[in-house]
Design a protein around this ligand. Structure first.
Ligand code: PEP
Length: 243
């Protein structure tokens, strides 16, 4: 399968049913996008958002899933539940999960397998901390996360990689173009499938999106804060369509 493009929004722990108007506005403004458009709302909004987006080109994803198919895991959500609610994708290994919940590469890989078993596409997040970048460890960290977080069998059809420097998430700071290009070239070379989509994530907004999408080997973005407003996310979708 040839490489495609994807604008993905991660709503994190934001969004109530009142925000469904935002996704209706996004879908109305982009009835036939030439790139993939994905929203990952909190789990409580998946089913109502699927309803609100019925017939639109916008797809839905979860923000995490448990590695087990079902069972005694209070408060967790399974890949089957996400699929049942209308999700086609799931974000796994986000740095906030890795930091807040102590998720390591092996656990992320187990979750990826669980997602695949339900036909979900895994959006696997990798990224260095500021300390690791300052210490010159960026590519070593990314390489270890890539090798440890993607199980055998990862292809462009079942997996998307998101490079998200931890220090750029929610901070308004972004790496310079050369830094993004270096990591994406490394990922293109070392990903198990060279056709795998490679997203950049970390403080992408309507102002910087075009410059980021012009960087070699950037196939789209994983967007946090700027995905909450239809007008902002819509501009990012348009920038990707024009890249
Ligand atoms: C994210 O949550 O994955 C993210 C990139 O957030 P932000 O765009 O707000 O930096």
């Amino acid at each position: 399968m040839s490489r495609r493009k994807l604008a993905a929004g991660n709503w994190k722990m934001n969004g109530l049913t009142a925000q469904l108007d935002e996704v209706r506005a996004l879908a109305a403004a982009h009835p036939a996008p030439s790139v993939g458009v994905l929203l990952c709302p909190p789990a409580t909004l998946l089913a109502p958002m699927a309803q609100a987006l019925r017939g639109s080109a916008v797809t839905l994803g979860g923000q995490d899933c448990h590695a087990a198919a079902k069972g005694a895991h209070t408060g967790d959500i399974s890949a089957a539940m996400l699929a049942d609610a209308g999700a086609t994708h799931v974000i796994l290994g986000h740095s906030e999960r890795r930091a807040d919940h102590g998720e390591g590469n092996a656990e992320v890989a187990a979750k990826v397998r669980a997602a695949w078993a339900q036909g979900l596409i895994a959006v696997v997040c990798l990224g260095e901390t500021e300390g690791q970048r300052d210490a010159g460890e960026t590519l070593a960290v990314i390489g270890a996360q890539l090798a440890g977080s993607l199980p055998d069998g990862a292809t462009a059809d079942n997996t998307v990689i998101a490079y998200e420097p931890v220090w750029a998430i929610g901070t308004g700071r972004t790496p310079d173009g050369g830094q993004i290009a270096e990591v994406h070239a490394f990922l293109r070379k070392n990903a198990p499938d060279p056709a795998m989509m490679l997203l950049y994530g970390g403080s992408v907004n309507p102002t910087n999106a075009s410059d980021i999408f012009a960087i070699a080997d950037v196939d789209g973005a994983l967007v946090g804060g700027a995905s909450l407003k239809a007008a902002d996310f819509g501009q990012i979708v348009t920038a990707l369509e024009q890249a």
